[in-house]
Design a protein around this ligand. Structure first.
Ligand code: DX5
Ligand code: ZN
Length: 215
């Protein structure tokens, strides 16, 4: 499987988003990860579709939008119109999962489905034929800078056994060491917020993550 590195803009400098996006482009990022939080599904509030649309105007990399919101179905059109390339939402949300996947795909986007650390991976199984990606959260969603939960590794392994060609994304606590654990378990798409943007050299951080993911 191709290794893809997706820097999470949640850890970037919101006063200089264009500059931060340029660092990702120069650093060879494969995707840009945008965390949308509604203060209800998770305790935090982050950015919404207008900010993503503005960022899309100055960045050519595919946008990987992670919806941590209670009712994703109602907002799919907004995020498609903002320029999202992949839209991922949670099995634990209040929307109808199948209808939400169908709406994302009908709008021309790729659909991803996410599970929180304590949600069984079997929750995504009945939707796999329509999904481009499954996100196995490796922290409780809501905040950057948390520690990687090794208890999530068996879920990655069993999903990879079932789906040899699926993009399996991990998000939360990914750094130059934990990326090895997640990669060995079978993940191939790695979100990294603090590991990229708290680094003095984001391009080098992206390169190290990519190298270590394959170890
Ligand atoms: C957390 C978000 C993550 C977050 C990751 O709920 O989904 O994308 O930005 O941040 P780090 O890499 O710092 O754990
Ligand atoms: Zn995320």
């Amino acid at each position: 499987m191709d290794i893809k590195i997706s820097p999470s803009m949640l850890a970037s400098d919101y006063a200089n988003l264009q500059t931060e996006l340029e660092k990702c482009e120069k650093g060879g990022a494969d995707l840009i990860h945008l965390d949308v939080m509604d203060g209800h599904f998770v305790p935090n509030i982050s950015i919404g579709a207008p900010v993503i649309a503005a960022m899309k105007r100055v960045c050519a990399i595919d946008f990987d939008v992670h919806l941590m919101i209670s009712n994703p179905y109602s907002y799919i059109d907004d995020f498609i119109n903002s320029g999202a390339d992949i839209i991922t939402f949670h099995t634990e949300c209040d929307s109808d999962i199948q209808k939400t996947i169908d709406k994302i795909i009908a709008g021309g986007c790729k659909a991803g489905l996410a599970v929180k650390p304590n949600t069984p991976i079997e929750e995504v199984f009945s939707y796999l034929d329509k999904l481009s990606m499954v996100l196995v959260m490796t922290v409780e969603p809501g905040f950057g800078g948390q520690g990687f939960m090794e208890s999530t590794l068996p879920k990655i392994k069993s999903l990879r056994q079932k789906c040899p060609m699926l993009d399996i994304q991990v998000d939360g606590g990914i750094n130059t060491e934990t990326v090895k654990l997640a990669g060995a378990a079978g993940a191939n798409v790695f979100v990294a917020g603090s590991a990229v943007f708290n680094s003095d050299d984001p391009a080098a951080a992206i390169q190290t993550l990519r190298n270590n993911a394959g170890i």
